[in-house]
Design a binder for this molecule. Structure first.
Ligand code: CA2
Length: 148
């Protein structure tokens, strides 16, 4: 049976493609889901694509990915990047590789955006490629063999 790659999106990413297009682009979250689904399918994976504005729901999704022995997690923690020990602890508690993705180059923005709790447990970090970063992350997980 094909293994799943979980694609998890944090707070406000439901607005993708509808607000601040100069910063985050014109692709909507629904379109991004389709792109991720197609890329994962081509590489032999299924996808679980989620977005939540609630920290606990993302913790639940990470635990679910662990329980289902997912091949990987692509995580854009958005505003929880720099605050969430709970997300860090959830990642540390599962044996699933995590690729942290940011649409923008967080190193070229305000300095507070760089201090990521998630990076301390992520297998890899991609930022600045726009939404292409998500499909690059899926390809990276596939090439890395989907194991940690
Ligand atoms: O660049 C990224 O992907 C970020 O994770 C986006 C977060 C920001 O807090 C991080 O520093 C970098 C913000 C997500 C807000 O999403 C929106 C999308 C469209 C319109 C407005 C907000």
């Amino acid at each position: 049976m094909a293994k799943a790659i979980y694609v998890l999106n944090g707070p406000n990413l439901n607005l993708l493609g509808t607000r601040e297009p100069d910063r985050y682009g014109h692709v909507t979250l629904a379109e991004l889901e389709m792109r991720c689904r197609e890329t994962a399918h081509r590489l032999g994976f299924t996808t679980e694509f989620r977005q939540s504005n609630h920290e606990g729901a993302i913790v639940d999704a990470i635990q679910e990915a662990g329980a289902k022995a997912a091949a990987g997690i692509v995580l854009n923690p958005a505003g929880y990047t720099t605050t969430s020990v709970a997300l860090l602890d959830a990642i540390l508690a599962v044996r699933v590789p995590v690729v942290e993705v940011h649409i923008t180059n967080i190193h070229a923005r305000e300095s507070f955006r760089r201090n990521s709790y998630i990076s301390k447990a992520a297998m890899a970090v991609i930022c600045g490629f726009g939404v292409e970063g998500y499909t690059l992350a899926i390809e990276g997980l596939a090439r890395a063999g989907g194991g940690r």
